[in-house]
Write a protein that binds this ligand. Structure first.
Ligand code: C2E
Ligand code: CA
Ligand code: CA
Length: 262
């Protein structure tokens, strides 16, 4: 039986779907950027692009709500290609040592045609592909490992890095994941929150950091919010971090000043 909160959720999803069906991608979507910090130098080494939607009917809708619906109604590829082009254009103004990370959805990696479009956009941008990381979630990979593996190989041939996002959340086979041509893993925030006072999380992150080091993959911890979490990560030898402790995602116009202050 549907509870009132289920019903509310369904109504909300219906409203999002309706608004997405008539969305003006160009004007309603934008990007914000969150810095990735290398703790060895305390310097910003990259920014992750995150989508934002300001709908005239619904106001700000978070990506966690609109991405799954955009995937379901077949809008995600148009969104990805638009946002990727925009992100590459913005990042082409950054100093050459600063990289860009961009999130792909499961659908983007499941179709040869879409992967081809993504590759064309990267080539046409003249942005050095070696400065670009494409982030793919563990759950996206597990939907069709063989297909995603093929897509990842195509991205790698172009020179891009491929990061495994939300690592640890997908219950996937480790051997299958590690057989992919990944260059980075991103440890999900659920393991980082309270890592300093939760021995289980500490042990999990410890083994993920060791695993990434054995596999010669870079490891990034997401969602660092406190000094104590940061110190626990330093003690584990995790050098790349992202989180509100350093910065919320920012508008691209703030990046210059951020890099100067940093
Ligand atoms: P994600 O890729 O794991 O991105 C990290 C999310 O955590 C972002 O939420 C970011 O704003 C948030 N975050 C960063 N630091 C902290 C922190 O210290 N504490 C907390 N509580 N949160 C933090 P956001 O922007 O709402 O994005 C949610 C998810 O939506 C992303 O998770 C990603 O999976 C997806 N997403 C965002 N932009 C895009 C996009 O352009 N394309 C696709 N396909 N997915 C996107
Ligand atoms: Ca991500
Ligand atoms: Ca993530």
């Amino acid at each position: 039986m549907l509870t009132p909160s289920h019903l509310q959720q369904l109504t909300r999803q219906g409203m999002i779907e309706q608004a997405l069906r008539q969305v003006d991608i160009e004007h309603e979507f934008s990007l914000v950027f969150q810095p990735v910090i290398d703790l060895r130098s305390w310097r910003t080494v990259a920014f992750e692009a995150l989508a934002r939607w300001n709908s005239p009917e619904l106001g700000d809708v978070p990506p966690g709500q609109f991405i799954p619906i955009a995937e379901r109604i077949g809008l995600i590829n148009r969104l990805t290609t638009h946002l990727l082009g925009k992100a590459l254009l913005i990042a082409s103004d950054w100093p050459r040592h600063i990289c860009l990370s961009f999130n792909l959805s499961a659908h983007d990696c499941a179709s040869d045609e879409i992967a081809g479009q993504i590759i064309e956009i990267i080539k046409a941008s003249h942005f050095d592909a070696r400065r670009l990381d494409l982030e793919i979630t563990e759950t996206a990979i597990m939907q069709d490992v063989v297909k995603v593996q093929h897509t990842i190989d195509r991205f790698c041939r172009l020179g891009c890095g491929v990061a495994l996002d939300d690592f640890g959340t997908g219950y996937s086979s480790l051997s299958q994941l590690l057989s992919l041509a990944l260059t980075k893993i991103k440890i999900d925030r659920t393991f980082i929150t309270g890592i300093d006072e939760n021995p289980t999380r500490y042990k999990i992150v410890k083994s993920l950091v060791a695993l990434s080091s054995d596999m010669q993959l870079e490891c990034i911890a997401e969602g660092v919010e406190t000094r104590e979490e940061l110190e626990a990560l330093i003690s584990l030898g995790c050098f790349f971090v992202q989180g509100y402790y350093f910065s919320q995602p920012m508008h691209h116009s703030h990046i210059d000043n951020w890099l100067k202050d940093n």
